[in-house]
Design a protein around this ligand. Structure first.
Ligand SMILES: *[C@@H]1O[C@H](CO)[C@@H](O)[C@H](O)[C@H]1NC(C)=O
Ligand SMILES: *[C@@H]1O[C@H](CO)[C@@H](O)[C@H](O)[C@H]1NC(C)=O
Ligand SMILES: *[C@@H]1O[C@H](CO)[C@@H](O)[C@H](O)[C@H]1NC(C)=O
Length: 568
């Protein structure tokens, strides 16, 4: 198993030795008059969002709470390092002071951090069309191949279930995260799990589970995995997942069995690089371990997986894929080594994914332009890719700028950091969005939702410019998927954390991502002469009605980076 976060240390970089940090935190709590009213918190997000600070043992340091929670625990006598703060108990849906006598939860069911609060997924809005959209639209889509379609996808699809253990796959793209571990691990890890949780919040891109994503229309999965030391294969994004990656594959399989006309493409890599091979793909993992794992996966999907000696993404129709039960289509990174020769036919080579990255919301002016360029020329790109059986994939994913991660870490962990300075260096220093003032995003999901606000503009433009020849790629992958196949463009996080002073009616605003891509598929199929006129009209109208439920909304928010007239 991999190192835990606080083992990843470089002593030279530590700024605060442990004991002074303790004193700083206690001083901060006392001078700022922090009050813990745990029992007054009514939601998991506000409860766990209360600062986790320290009690040096004296009653005054717990703030001037009118109703001080009695604290108990083994640590009471040791160094006075009793933690105070609030935790949510899912058993009785209430908020308790850490270690409170009235605590009805066993310590493992406690929810300690906002990002593990349950994601709001109201069953009343569970979509009835999206779980079976391919089947429902068969009369127009049935004779098309996968490489004629545009599939709604998610980025880092499994990050809803990250643990707090650093993966052997490493913190590849995030030197800032290693730096933060180094800076703060020795000093604030007295608050158990807090740094690990901070890292997790910089790595999580999705709130919905894989089954929920599929139910919401997603048919392209960015499936990331790594073998963890002598342990098994886990999913990862900096941190490893809670469950074995096989668990999520089983979920996908069970979902496919329940939805007999749906086809799912999975892009299986360590880090979104389908062309990487050997140690570049999975450092230190032996070929025999990869092949043993792949053989298990083929067994799992035995009666559902594509056989590429018979079917091909660029020439086999959906109808034939369904008839042959070739509905699970994996693109395998490190293909040569991952699949033994006899099992190669059950996957496409990951290097056949033409993955175009574009840029992220930190340079939104460039992103906006590059998305317009990509969509206005997508028809040409797809045509060329299809000739060589390549799948044109476009990233609309977010990456957190390193300077934002750093600023957010200082604001959280260094009680004497000047937050005005940190916010300034985070906003104008890390993003080009003029209306981002007074707020430094503190998680990747915050950045992603702000990004999604702008991604909706180019998605909508591509859809509306269909008659001018704009198209979508074979698949798009992005963050912050939400209910009804939407992406969340508002400010409230999926696990319920709300912002202050934002625009009240746009807290959970959403854009109909899946329906927009599906509606495009219908238009394109009809243009290609598929389906009769009656079906084309019926389906087009039905999807336009669905898109209206979440009609695109733009607004000005002078703090949280949403602008009406920018970046046009
Ligand atoms: C994964 O593991 C966690 C706990 O470690 C559990 O709560 C969750 O339901 C598991 N299963 C899936 C499929 O995510
Ligand atoms: C599909 O790709 C293969 C190359 O793998 C190519 O030979 C073939 O012509 C392509 N078929 C179509 C219909 O584009
Ligand atoms: C698909 O092809 C079959 C056989 O050629 C034909 O009967 C059917 O009408 C076609 N479906 C569509 C949607 O065009």
């Amino acid at each position: 198993m991999a190192n835990t976060v606080n083992m990843v240390l470089d002593n030279e970089l530590r700024i605060m030795p442990k004991l002074p940090a303790l004193i700083l935190l206690v001083t901060f709590a006392t001078t700022h008059g922090v009050v813990w009213d745990c029992d007054k918190q009514t939601s998991c997000a506000t409860c766990t969002g209360m600062s986790h600070l320290l009690d040096a043992g004296s009653p005054t340091s717990a703030g001037q709470s009118e109703n001080p929670q009695h604290l108990e625990g083994e640590e009471d006598e040791q160094l006075g390092t009793q933690l105070i703060g609030c935790n949510w108990c899912p058993d009785d849906n209430s908020c308790h002071a850490y270690g409170s006598l009235f605590n009805k939860c066993s310590s493992d069911t406690y929810l300690k951090f906002p990002d593990v609060c349950p994601t709001d997924y109201p069953s009343s809005t569970t979509p009835d069309f999206l779980p079976d959209w391919m089947g429902s639209l068969n009369a127009v889509l049935g004779n098309l191949t996968v490489l004629d379609l545009s599939l709604p996808g998610t980025h880092d699809s499994l990050t809803y279930d990250l643990s707090t253990t650093v993966s052997d796959g490493g913190i590849d793209d995030y030197p800032e995260l290693s730096k933060i571990l180094n800076l703060f691990s020795g000093s604030v890890d007295i608050i158990p799990g807090q740094i690990e949780d901070f890292i997790r919040q910089q790595a999580r891109t999705q709130g919905l589970t894989i089954t929920q994503q599929l139910d919401n229309g997603v048919r392209f999965i960015d499936f990331r995995q790594m073998k963890e030391g002598e342990g098994g294969w886990y999913s990862l994004h900096c941190l490893e997942s809670n469950n074995l990656s096989f668990t999520y594959l089983k979920e996908i399989k069970e979902w496919l069995q329940l939805h007999p006309q749906e086809v799912v493409v999975a892009w299986i890599t360590k880090h979104g690089n389908g062309g990487a091979t050997g140690d570049d793909a999975y450092p230190g993992v032996k070929a025999e371990d990869k092949q043993a794992y792949w053989s298990q996966v083929v067994d799992l999907f035995s009666d559902l997986i594509i056989d590429t000696t018979v079917s091909s993404p660029n020439s086999t129709s959906l109808n034939d894929l369904i008839a042959r039960s070739h509905r699970f289509i994996p693109y395998l990174g490190d293909y040569e080594e991952f699949a033994s020769d006899d099992l190669k036919k059950y996957a496409l080579d990951g290097s056949l994914v033409d993955n175009q990255l574009g840029s992220s919301v930190e340079t939104e002016v460039n992103s906006y332009q590059s998305e317009k360029d990509a969509f206005s020329s997508a028809a040409e790109t797809k045509k060329n890719d299809k000739l060589s059986n390549r799948l044109y994939l476009r990233s609309m994913a977010t990456s957190s700028p390193g300077c934002q991660i750093e600023a957010a870490a200082y604001m959280k962990f260094d009680p004497f950091a000047n937050s005005d300075d940190q916010i300034k260096s985070c906003t104008s220093g890390c993003f080009d969005i003029p209306s981002l003032v007074g707020w430094c995003p503190t998680s990747l999901m915050d950045v992603a939702q702000m990004g999604a606000y702008y991604k909706q503009l180019t998605l909508e433009m591509a859809y509306n410019n269909f008659d001018q020849g704009w198209e979508f790629p074979n698949a798009i992958y992005l963050d912050s998927l939400d209910v009804d196949g939407t992406i969340r463009v508002g400010t409230t996080l999926p696990w319920g954390v709300e912002k202050d002073d934002d625009v009240a009616e746009h807290k959970t605003s959403r854009y109909p991502y899946a329906d927009t891509l599906i509606g495009f598929n219908v238009k394109l199929a009809c243009k290609l002469g598929q389906g009769d006129e009656e079906k084309c009209t019926e389906f087009t109208n039905m999807i336009d009605e669905r898109r209206k439920v979440y009609e695109i909304e733009v607004w000005d928010d002078g703090k949280y980076g949403r602008s009406k007239d920018w970046p046009q």
